[in-house]
Design a protein. Sequence first.
Length: 436
Amino acid sequence: MESFIIEGGHPLSGTITPQGAKNEALEVISATLLTSEPVTISNVPDILDVNNLIQLLKDIGVKVTSERKGVFTFQADQIDLGFLSSDEYIRKCSALRGSVLLMGPLLGRFGKASVAEPGGDKIGRRRLDTHFLGFKNLGAKFISDDERKVFTIEAKHLKGTYMLLDEASVTGTANIIMASVFAEGTTTIYNAACEPYIQQLCHLLNSMGANISGIASNLITIVGVKSLHGAEHRILPDMIEVGSFIGMAAMVGEGIRIKDCAVRELGVIPDAFRRLGVKIKQEGDDLVIPKQPHYVVDSFIDGTIMTLADAPWPGLTPDLLSVLIVVATQARGSVLVHQKMFESRLFFVDKLIDMGAQIILCDPHRCVIVGHDNKKQLRGGRMTSPDIRAGIALLIAALGAKGTSRIDNIAQIDRGYEGIEARLNALGAHIRREKD
């Protein structure tokens, strides 16, 4: 176990560049299983979840070559199919939620895939029904081994069909798309997720020879092909990291430039911070956040209290609500945050309350934040990171708090943020990593 020791109250300034997108990396790296030819992916983030997925691919026989920092070539021409049903493979899958994204390409190319109940964040139930219902629509058979807690899906031949997803699941959509590229005929997915990362996956698959249309909409059509070939692909900047840096700059910044943000792909993220009164300037593909002595929460046209709620893309991503809550603690005004998708993700606000934040946790999905208007500084304390996004939110809170804070279980933060302490220390933070 490792921990961060954070000395709060040091203003940050300078320039920071976001890493490659974690969620896209997990999808496109999994997609390399769909061909025996080399696929080169650049801007790969050096984070725990991605590194563990790359190691898992090596374990099943994928040749992985590190060309240079952030650039990898994958060649899946000698897959060990026997290892895919072994206890060791299942054990490794259970520790990595991203492993579920291997099911679609393995089913599509080899006709069978197994996965354990996946690990990852402790943010409530994250069901896999959408994945399996999609596979079954394509003609696959679902087998559940309750004793081993293993799910297996298999099919001799997949056949294209029309399907209406029960939810716009991002990983579910990605998995069904990857399984469908070799299905006979045409597959139409309605209520598909359409996040930029799904769009990027489709662009990669098309460059490999797939026939996918409707990209960027919630109605995606895949015409099956016989095979895919190699390709090159560059991962987008991580929109969640961009949002995290906006929040950090608002709380403790004295002028921070976030470089190369792919602003067009950020959707409503900058506007969500602007609703809290945060000033953001766009200069080309950079975002500049000036020092914010005060930021005033907006209200709706009829004067009612501002509400921020997550929603499927192009709505506000749930991954940034934790950061928005922290930023709101020092705003002038009040805001209601409604986390609809995960029933346990708001429980971290107890740590913020211990630090002196004025927050009312209404129920597992909603909380009201009454801002301090920078008149009352949060106080440092000891806390534990329950998930990636709460972890970075607590780190931002600690940077702005009075005194020294300790955050335990920072492996959760390492899962999603590359070398975060070194990058923030370069801006003026005082963060030290300690082993227990």
